[in-house]
Write a protein that binds this ligand. Structure first.
Ligand code: E4P
Length: 217
């Protein structure tokens, strides 16, 4: 399973990318706004930090402007993936981007039928928003399993990118449900390393080792 970071914080990204465990990055207009920076500069900087796919979202609502924006974003770096909203206009743009060889991430997916349309349009990635579905009273993770079954039934190549991830439990469940990737906030990424028994066990091992008075080096 590929792990992407959902962030525009380039300092945090550079630090976490050094683990070798970050496969890509996603951004959205809210994260760009939070960064307080120029979008084109941030995306170009992120593309210099990670080699994997970097999603950059269009801001237009109509197909023609989405196409113009997406082509400009795709020109920033070879690893840019153009993020397109799951609307009728967005899926028409997605099909055109596919014909032009531009990678797409169709975002704001909340149903399996939307995901089916995105795959038929030739999306490279589909982003079902798990946490927001949970907030809405639904079982977000069920959507991942439904999309997995549909894509497998018809051999669609579109990768399932579990989004709106709020916890390490979400990451585990998305992996079990067969998501190809998960995009996660930095604090959830850090939480993936941790287990209280690891910390307790390590403290004990270190205390016992100190008692031996030995040194490996
Ligand atoms: C992913 O592409 C989205 O940017 C992100 O996962 C949304 O997460 P949120 O629902 O926590 O804002």
């Amino acid at each position: 399973m590929q792990l992407f970071l959902d962030t525009t914080d380039t300092k945090v990204l550079a630090d976490l990318a050094a683990t070798g465990l970050v496969d890509g990055v996603t951004t959205n207009p809210s994260l760009i706004a939070k960064s307080g920076r120029n979008m084109l500069e941030v995306i170009a900087e992120i593309c210099g930090i990670v080699e994997g796919p970097v999603s950059a979202e269009v801001s237009a609502m109509d197909t023609a402007t989405m196409l113009a924006e997406g082509r400009k974003l795709a020109g920033l770096a070879p690893n840019v993936v153009v993020k397109v909203p799951l609307t009728r206009e967005g899926l028409v743009a997605t099909a055109e981007f596919a014909a032009e060889g531009i990678q797409t991430n169709v975002t704001l997916c909340f149903s399996a039928s939307q995901a089916l349309l995105a795959a038929k349009a030739g999306a490279s990635y589909i982003s079902p928003f798990i946490g927001r579905l949970d907030d809405h009273g639904a079982e977000g993770m069920d959507l991942i399993a439904e999309i997995r079954a549909i894509y497998d039934n018809y051999d669609f190549d579109t990768e399932i990118l579990a989004a709106s991830i709020r916890s390490s439990q979400h990451v585990k469940e998305a992996a079990l449900a067969g998501a190809d990737c998960a995009t996660i906030p930095p604090d959830v990424f850090l939480a993936l390393f941790k287990h209280p028994l690891t910390e307790r066990g390590l403290q004990q091992f270190m205390a016992d080792w100190k008692g031996t008075g030995q040194s490996i080096l």
